[in-house]
Design a protein around this ligand. Sequence first.
Ligand code: PMP
Length: 315
Amino acid sequence: MSYEDVKKVWMNGRLVDFADARIHAFSHVFHYGSAMFEGARVYKTKSGSAAFRLDEHIKRLYDSCKVYRMEIPYSAEEFRAAIFDTVRANGFEECYIRPVVYRGLGALGVNPFKSPIDVLIAVWKWGKYLGDEAIEEGVDVCVSSWNRMAPNTFPAMAKATGNYLNSALIKMEAITNGYTEGIALDNAGRISEGSGENIFLVYGGRVLTPPLAGTILPGITRDSVLTIARDAGYMVVETAIAREMLYIADEAFFTGTAAEVTPIRSVDRIPVGGGRRGPVTERIQKDFFGLLSGNLEDRYGWLTPVPVESIVDSR
Ligand code: PMP
């Protein structure tokens, strides 16, 4: 991946050059993982650049911060405007958006309250996360030997950077063993999620996904797919799912801002269904990609056009 075309990063209200976007070595976040973040996308649509479900991403960021007693020093409107300023400053028609709220330079004890809340917004061009062919061909995955965090250890509903050490273990094990991604089980042995994606199964004509209490991130793509699938007439069930359902399901797919909707064609070398993308996955992909590209009418109001000019002067 190259960040050559990234010009500006938004840091605490100022757009700074990429080369100057630095954090002090004594920052609390660097030592203790004390940051909340988001990942959203701007797509190039027929009627210009538009962010996908940006307000939901901003809301989740505020929710994550609330769990960790971090008060964001901006209103949601200011935050949205700052995101658009950053996208415009980089001249991107399409990009990935990464806001981070973190504990900065203060005192290096574990107690986070003595370190200030800093905010940065990074944007860059990011293609297909699980590979260019993955969207059609599907990916080969494994069940990880690492579980997702147990309830009452790390709150899975908060998108905290520290949680991603668990994700890194899952991802490294998968890659080392020749798989694209790993699926983690929860501490009761049921299916939880991928290292950076929620998971869906299709079994007996029903669309299944683990419930929010199943130590998963409340994915915004997950929510979009639940809406699309219900509207397409599928019976959708949020329920605990046994590991072996992965092997006997008719179809399986991942959802995520980075992964979008990616079919899973095998788990632990066992083909899922016919070992290729199934019809329900394809149908959901068609609606999902149609909506975010503006080729289908924005019936849920999920697209926010990137304004041409700054609305709130946040610099
Ligand atoms: N689970 C985890 C652990 C993730 O990191 C992500 C990516 N943010 C998701 C699920 C999918 O969430 P979303 O659809 O909001 O990107």
